[in-house]
Design a protein around this ligand. Structure first.
Ligand SMILES: Cc1cc2nc3c(=O)[nH]c(=O)nc-3n(C[C@H](O)[C@H](O)[C@H](O)COP(=O)(O)OP(=O)(O)OC[C@H]3O[C@@H](n4cnc5c(N)ncnc54)[C@H](O)[C@@H]3O)c2cc1C
Length: 483
């Protein structure tokens, strides 16, 4: 069996950063990715990263601090906890906040460019959404660095099980599609750790049916469809504790980079909301439209340039040569539809960044008018593309069991972890924590970790009162006997 020090499962931002830091710390590292390329969901994303107190913020006269971010995070959790049953890992959030500045250094050193800082959604007190110029650069830049560092990259390789010895995770089994199309099954040893970075479980409808409210289970996702909860299931198979599994945010399913070039109209042909606003607002607005029906409208130029994103929409595009024909095809008032598109194009022709009709703030790249035939309507469909629940970890990202003990040799990062994602509604809080805490995990796996399980705050009964991790009665009895 081939042996490594550290093996990372999943090639999204969390796994890439983990593999990179483990290799930099001197470990012999392998990374396994079921797709034929690296980057995970990050390469389809808007590329919004919360980074705190960075040189770009300072250059733009923005004052920010870890304390201010933690204040905003506390406010966000206070809003979310009304949903009940949520657990927020405040200590892990603080660790992310303190280390996010080093993430800025890491990605800029890798050549991943930050284009601008976007205006804050109301959840953030300071402007801190750093927007990547090209999110696909995440996969490319880390991939190149991993090669330089001598990391073995296994593509089209799916990890299916963990190997344990002496109660320690000591390796894994995987299947890989070979260049000739055959499937090879093999095992690898990991002397210091396996890092689970398989993203969420959005692509696994069996798991979603078990954990999510019925109205959330729409069998469509926008994003990579290989995130099927492998890390959640593998972590749980060796005792890992899963939290916040029922928590998800309903969204209107649309790739963010497509919506930038679209407007949405209802059956009356009228625009009705800020198409790029907070996810919750989009879902509420759609629900208020007649027959809860509305469509994104794009033109031929967007259809051509964003063909990949259009193909990821839950329903097939309805395409017609003129706006009048399109309006008739989707059963909306044609005159009003034409007027809505005319008004939008007239607004884009000016210099104002804020749409007076909906309050939508345009990104510098988002001034494309809807003029070139053919025209397309893409139905707005509610669903969810990212899940929020996952494994409990220490501050070094070691997986913790239901009994509150670490699983030796097992780490988890990114959307496979559950304690930080209750803040996801703030925006920009997936990729950045995945990279930041991925780096922490890689380092800890390579060098050894002494972090102990800590206490997260539950939201039950509306208090922040800390609770002990769940323990077996037997351990309590032993502790009592010893004290
Ligand atoms: C349209 C869209 C827009 C988004 N915009 C933003 C944004 O602006 N800001 C933000 O912070 N977040 C955004 N996100 C979310 C963000 O992209 C993800 O939350 C983030 O990429 C999670 O990182 P990760 O490393 O945990 O996992 P992922 O990026 O999901 O990657 C996990 C990887 O693991 C692989 N994998 C899964 N199972 C196995 C297995 N058994 N063996 C081997 N490999 C496996 C998958 O193929 C995948 O490549 C967006 C997501 C989408 C879909």
């Amino acid at each position: 069996m081939k042996a490594y020090d550290v093996i990372v499962v999943g090639g999204g931002p969390g796994g890439l950063a983990a593999a990179c830091s483990a290799a930099k710390a001197g470990a012999l590292v392998a990374i396994m990715e079921v797709q034929d390329h690296l980057g995970g969901n990050a390469i389809l994303s808007t590329g919004h990263l919360v980074l705190i107190d960075t040189p770009v913020q300072r250059r733009n006269g923005i004052t920010d601090s870890v304390e201010l971010f933690m204040h905003d995070a506390g406010r966000q959790f206070a809003r979310e906890k009304a949903k009940g049953g949520l657990i927020w890992d405040r200590e892990l959030t603080l660790r992310f906040a303190k280390e996010s500045r080093a993430t800025y250094d890491e990605i800029t050193e890798l050549g991943i460019e930050i284009a601008r800082i976007d205006s804050k959604p109301s959840q953030h007190t300071a402007d801190r959404l750093h927007t990547l110029k090209d999110p696909t650069a995440v996969g490319r830049a880390y991939g190149e660095r991993l090669k330089e560092l001598g990391v073995d990259i296994f593509l089209r390789a799916e990890v299916d099980d963990l190997i344990t010895s002496d109660r320690r995770v000591s390796g894994l089994t995987a299947s890989q599609i070979m260049p000739d199309g055959s499937v090879k099954q093999f095992a690898l040893a990991a002397s210091q750790g396996v890092i689970l970075a398989t993203g969420g479980y959005q692509g696994n409808f069996e798991l979603r049916r078990r954990h999510q409210p019925e109205e959330a289970i729409n069998e469509h996702i926008v994003g990579v469809n290989t995130c099927r909860g492998a890390g959640h299931v593998l972590g749980a198979s060796v005792g890992g504790d899963l939290i916040n599994m029922g928590y998800m945010q309903p969204m209107v399913l649309v790739p963010t980079r497509l919506v930038q070039d679209a407007v949405a109209v209802n059956r009356a042909g009228a625009r009705f909301h800020d198409e790029t606003g907070p996810y919750a607002g989009r879902v509420e607005s759609l629900a208020q439209q007649p027959e809860q029906t509305a469509y994104y409208i794009v033109d031929g130029e967007t259809l051509e340039r964003s063909a990949d994103f259009v193909s990821r929409m839950p329903e097939k595009a309805i395409i017609r040569d003129t706006l009048a024909e399109l309006g008739a095809a989707i059963g909306c008032e044609v005159d009003h539809l034409q007027a809505s598109i005319r008004d939008w194009n007239a607004f884009l022709a000016g210099a104002d960044p804020k749409d007076p009709a909906t309050g939508r703030v345009l990104l510098p790249v988002g001034r494309r008018r809807i003029t070139k035939p053919p025209f397309a309507a893409l139905r707005m469909v509610r669903g969810t593309s990212i899940t929020w629940g996952g494994l409990v970890t220490t501050l070094d990202m070691q997986v913790v069991t239901v009994q509150g003990r670490v699983v030796p040799g097992l780490f988890a990062v990114g959307d496979t972890v559950g304690g930080l994602n209750v803040l996801a509604g703030m925006g920009g809080l997936h990729i950045s924590p995945a990279i930041t805490l991925g780096r922490v995990a890689g380092n800890a796996a390579a060098k050894g970790s002494k972090a102990k399980p800590h206490i997260a705050a539950p939201s039950q009964s509306g208090t922040f009162a800390p609770t002990k991790p769940l323990k077996l009665v037997l351990f309590d009895l032993v502790e009592q006997a010893q004290s």
